[in-house]
Structure formats: C-alpha cells, structure tokens
Design a protein around this ligand. Sequence first.
Ligand SMILES: C[S@@+](CC[C@H](N)C(=O)[O-])C[C@H]1O[C@@H](n2cnc3c(N)ncnc32)[C@H](O)[C@@H]1O
Length: 198
Amino acid sequence: MHYYDKEPVFKELRVRRITTIIRGIPLTLMLAPGVFSSEYVDEGTRLLAENMVVMSDWDILDMGCGYGVLGIVAAKLAPRGRVVMVDINKLAVKLAMINVKLNGVSNAEVRWGDLYSAVVGEKFNTIISNPPITAGLEVNRKLIINAKEHLKPGGLLQLVVPKKLRSRFEEMLLKNYDVVEVAAKSGSHVVFIAKLIH
Ligand SMILES: C[S@@+](CC[C@H](N)C(=O)[O-])C[C@H]1O[C@@H](n2cnc3c(N)ncnc32)[C@H](O)[C@@H]1O
C-alpha cells in the first residue's frame, strides 16, 4: 500500500493528534497511517509552509494536500482569498476535511481528484505542493506542466522537493516556466518558485 493509493484499506484507523506552530499560527492536526505524513509535519512540507508566498486575497490550490497542512496555513494567510485542496487518496481528503474544520478554516474546500481533474476551468494565483515523488516522474511532470493551465497571469507554482532530485525538477521547471527561483533550502529539501511572465 502507498500513501497515494486512491482507497487505502484500513483494518484499524489509528489517528494521531498533533499540535504545532507554523508562521506563528497554532495548528491542531489529525494524522493517520496511509496518509503522508502520518507522525509529524514533514520537514519539506514545513520548509514550504514557512517560505511560500501567499497574499491575503489570493486564490490558492494545494495539489496533493494530504491531511491538509499546507492548504490550511495558506487559508489562514489569505483570509480574503480561497483555497482548494485536492488529493487522490480518499482518506487524505477525509482527514483534510476534518483538519479544515478543526482549525476553524472557512475559506478552504477539499476535493477528491487525480491532479487537476477536480479543478477543470479554474485558475489560481498560486499552486502549492509537496509533490508525490513516489507516484513517479510522469505524475510529477504532469503536475508541473498542467499547472500552467490553472495559473492566473503572473501566477506562481511553489514546490518543495528533496535535495537529491533538485536538478531533475529544476530542469522540468526551466523547460516550462519563464522564471525559476530557489526560495529556500534545508539540509534535505529545496523550495522552488516558478513563474510564467504572461
Ligand atoms: C508528499 S505528499 C504531500 C502531502 C501534504 N501536502 C503534505 O505536505 O504533508 C503527496 C500527496 O499527493 C497525493 N497524490 C499522489 N498522486 C496524486 C494525484 N495523481 N492527484 C492528486 N494527489 C495525488 C498523495 O496522496 C499525497 O497525499
């Protein structure tokens, strides 16, 4: 079983409740086996959450939302905007819905879907993602290329990737976007911000 399975089967659902602070925002989050990540906020996720650019009135897409931490932080940073959170894993969708409520977020909705199938015709100021590396390069290539159809003019694709895959992702981003910047680095991860000028 992978965390990106559409319908992971659970004999027993062991939910874990954690509290944390990101960008000064106190959060309570339910995590569970079968949804990335099941014990704590992943280091890459935290790096993106701490460094992503979000304006207060932006429309934001959290692609591959998992239990929802990135979308929830984005929603808190954009009280006059809205967030759509998408995941292919039905348990992730369920957990993200619970976490949205638990954290008093009213400007975010969670949808089930395969990449952009749940947001056909919709455009965002930014797409944020800790992408599903283990789903394979093709899925990640589609995530990057098809993001262009869902970004408003000047919109940003913001991704965190493991350092060891930096050059592979940088190459895909440079092929598809006008500007690609490294916004943050840690010992293990890199945050990219990619932009289309027009
Ligand atoms: C690395 S995890 C990140 C989860 C969460 N955003 C976080 O940072 O903790 C990637 C997520 O992408 C989801 N995913 C995998 N393939 C997908 C697809 N084709 N469409 C939508 N989501 C997908 C997985 O289920 C997983 O929740």
